[in-house]
Structure formats: C-alpha cells, structure tokens
Design a protein around this ligand. Structure first.
Ligand code: ADP
Length: 450
C-alpha cells in the first residue's frame, strides 16, 4: 500500500522476469517431450530416461509379504509390506540411524550394517524366513545407479554426504546380498529401485489409472510406464511384457539452457551451487533451491535500498539460510499485518526491523518463485501426459515430497497450468499424495521381478 514508485517499478520488473505465460509454458513442455524421446532413443542424453527393468503395471490384486529396505533418505528404513489385494496394504516399519563413520568408511562395513538391520528387523518383528523359502526384498537405493537388470545396478557416484570407499562402480545388490549371505540372513534381494519408480508402483497398486509418479521434495523427478517398443535404446532385452517403468531423471532437463527462463537470480544460484550447469530444471522447482532463489531476489532489493531500508542480517546473508519452509509460512500468512512473516524475518533471520511494505514485498517475491516452480512442474507433467495415451476416463498422478505436501496452493497452481497446456482434458487428471514409494513400491518391484 505504501510502496514507493521505485519499489513498485522494481517489483513489476521482477514479476515480468518470473512470469511464464501459456505460450512459453507450452513451448517448454514441447521441448521436454522431444528431450524425453531423445533419451528413449540413445544413452547419455540430458534427460536420461533410465530403464528400471520393472515390467508390468501393478493391478492392485497382487498379494504376498515382502521386505523393503530404503537407503538414501534421512534415515535407513526397513519395512515389511503385506500386499493384501484390492489395493490394500499393511506396513510394519523401523528406522535406523546411519552414522557418519559408516557413511564415510569402508563400503563393506556399511553393507554389513544394512544386513544387520535386516536381521534385527526380522527378529524384532518375529518374521520367519528360511533358507529354503527366503523372503524377497526390494532395495530402494536413492543414489545414481547404472542399472542393467531389475536386480543389478552399479553405483555411479555417491551423493548426500556418503563417500564410503569401495562401492563406486560396483553392483549394490551384489554387495547387499553378499553381506546377507555372510551373516546367514535368509533374505533374497530381488529388486533395486529408485524412489521415483517406487512412488509410481505404490500409487498404481492403489489407483489402477496411475500414469506417473513424481517426487517434489529436496529434489524433483518422475517415472512413468512406457511402451517397451518405444524404448529404442534397449537392445538386448526380451520380455513378454508391453510396458517398462522409465525413471525420467528430469532434474537435468535443459542443462543446455535452451528454454528455461533463467533470471540473474537463477544464474547466481547456479554459479554458487556445487553443481553448476547441472540439474537445471531441479534448480527452478525443488525444495532445496526455492528459498535460495527468493533470498537472491531479496538481497538484490536490499542492495538497491528498496527493502529493509538497505539493511540485511548475518543470517539472511548466508547461502541457503532462507529456507523453502519459510516461503510456505509466508505465503500462507493471511494476517492483516503479516505477523508470521514478521516473526520469520525478525526472529528467525534477525533483521533489525521490518515495515509492512517490506513484508508485503517479501510475500510477493515468495509468490513469484513458488508460482513459477509449480508452473514448470506442470510443463513436465503435461509433456509426460502427452507421451502417454490417457484414457477417456482420465488418469491419476501420484506425488510424494514435502513441497507438494506443505507448500500452499502448489497443487492448485499445477492444476491451473496443466489446464493451460492441455485444455479441458486436464480436468480429468487427478493429482494425489503418494507417500509409500520406498516401502510399498519396493515391495511391488520385488514381487514384479519374480
Ligand atoms: P526428501 O525429498 O529429501 O526425501 P522431503 O520430501 O521431506 O524429503 O523434502 C525435503 C525438502 O522439502 C527440503 O528441501 C525442504 O526445503 C522442503 N520443505 C520441508 N518442509 C517444507 C514446507 N513446509 N514447505 C515447503 N518446503 C518444505
């Protein structure tokens, strides 16, 4: 309300940079679809389109008891999954800590520890398995893997603070199975899955019209069912199945900088990141980066003395200190005087003082960054939807991750942008939370591999 002319014109100019109109959105989506098809044809493309070797689509009728082990999230997670048919499941789970010395020591110790956790879990929950009739385990391993079969994949490199030696280039299923065998734990590792693939499978078990599984969390990615005849690069693979799950690895989309609308705030984020010119789309969308883009905009306004009277704080000056979670709170702040926003700025970030106009500007910046992220997510979704044959009755998309779960209006913003891309057919597309990927999804992969 009390914005000065120079504040107003700065905000207008930033708004223009962050807006993506319908035409642009459609262009991005078209380019995405072309990139997907390139990835299906040849290895080593920007959008990698990684074959998962999971063939077949869950029907919801599958029954049986399977184990799932999830490495690569905040905790190590072990589950027993009971597929009950009718799309119903029951899950028992236990979390275990992975110490820094295990993450950064000898990989053999790490895998021995995994086998110990499987063993502990079986005895704690009184689960019987025998050498003659081993329980099957699906292994969710959320690191970059070069997969060659449903139960074979070599670690390409570690991420997320892991550096354990002696694992890169090795088959992680073999290593886990070897540890289990040496400790005489009667469990067979039958499937290796990426978290996105797990999300898709788990959602498809419950909703037969599922087309796509998506992660919108620290990172972003998607997986979908592709016709095997379309996966041209898959040379020596024979199967009676029609479909295979493809892990798109869409975070890397447009690393060539052809279509994404980079601003100086994005360029700065990229330059200072630990992977410059990589994961281009991910840097526009995922929880790891949204706060940092917003922080870059705020710092720019501060440097032009258009915000906080030109003052910053030690905290706000720190890279990644403006958390994406703050944006959720700020966007949801509907108090007259933006009290929640005030608390974040003055108490969490220790800015000396803020005016209502300052806080309104901060909220506006969050809206611009958050809206752009949702619209670009929709561009990716609409490309995958056009690649698939959506039945008349519509389809379902399963989405996991804190961004989708907590960010205000993220879902509604995606839906609106989908409608711009796809027209009225978008009304038949459902976006649902899909939280069971690493447990139920891995169990289904273990089942489908049999
Ligand atoms: P992961 O993807 O690592 O398995 P999550 O799905 O929980 O885990 O995603 C974590 C990411 O979500 C973090 O980058 C964080 O910034 C973001 N995040 C956490 N809470 C919120 C929130 N309330 N609103 C928006 N983003 C959030």
């Amino acid at each position: 309300n009390d914005c000065s002319e120079s504040q107003k014109s700065a905000i207008d100019e930033i708004t223009k940079e962050f807006e993506i109109n319908t035409d642009k959105l459609k262009k991005i989506s078209e380019h995405f679809r072309n990139e997907m098809n390139k990835g299906l044809e040849k290895h080593g493309q920007t959008v990698a389109m990684v074959p998962s070797y999971v063939t077949g689509i869950p029907t919801g009728k599958e029954v049986g008891t399977f184990l799932a082990l999830d490495l690569g999230g905040t905790n190590l997670r072990m589950c027993q999954v009971n597929l009950e048919g009718d799309g119903k499941v029951s899950v028992r789970q236990q979390k275990y800590k992975v110490s820094d010395s295990l993450k950064n020591g000898d990989a053999r110790h790490l895998f021995d520890y995994l086998a110990d956790c499987v063993d502990k879990f079986l005895s704690e929950f009184n689960i019987s398995s025998s050498a003659e009739d081993k329980l099957k385990l699906g292994f969710t391993f959320s690191f970059p893997v070069d997969q060659t079969a449903i139960n074979k994949g070599n670690l390409i490199y570690w991420t997320k603070g892991y550096t354990a030696s002696g694992a890169v280039g090795k088959d992680v299923v073999f290593m886990l199975q070897d540890s289990l065998n040496r400790k005489v734990v009667p469990v067979e590792v039958t499937a290796l899955v990426n978290d996105t693939v797990g999300t898709l499978l788990a959602h498809a078990y419950k909703h037969s019209n599922t087309l796509l599984g998506v992660i919108l969390g620290t990172g972003t990615n998607g997986a979908y069912f592709e016709k095997i005849s379309n996966i041209k690069k898959l040379k020596s693979f024979s199967s009676n199945a029609d479909h295979m799950v493809i892990n798109i690895e869409w975070g890397a989309f447009d690393n060539e900088r052809k279509v994404l609308p980079l601003t100086m705030f994005d360029n700065k984020l990229d330059r200072k990141s630990n992977n410059p010119r990589k994961q281009a789309l991910e840097k526009f969308i995922s929880g790891m980066y949204l706060g940092e883009i917003a922080r870059n905009v705020l710092l720019n306004l501060i440097d032009r003395t258009l915000l906080f009277d030109g003052f910053s704080s030690k905290d706000l000056n720190n890279q990644y200190y403006f958390e994406t979670e703050y944006m959720s709170t700020i966007e949801a702040d509907d108090t007259n005087t933006l009290e929640k926003t005030k608390r974040i700025l003055e108490e969490s970030l220790n800015l000396p003082s803020t005016t209502l106009t300052d806080r309104q500007i901060v909220k506006r910046v969050c809206q611009l960054v958050g809206l752009r992220a949702a619209r670009l997510s929709a561009a990716a979704l609409s490309a995958v939807i056009s690649q698939c044959n959506v039945p008349e009755s519509g389809c379902n998309i399963g989405i996991d991750g804190s961004l989708f779960l907590f960010y205000p209006s993220f879902k509604e913003r995606i839906k609106r942008a989908l409608k711009e891309c796809l027209g009225p057919n978008a009304d038949k597309i459902e976006l649902d939370l899909a939280p069971d990927g690493s447990g139920v999804g891995a169990a289904l992969a273990a089942m489908l591999s049999a």
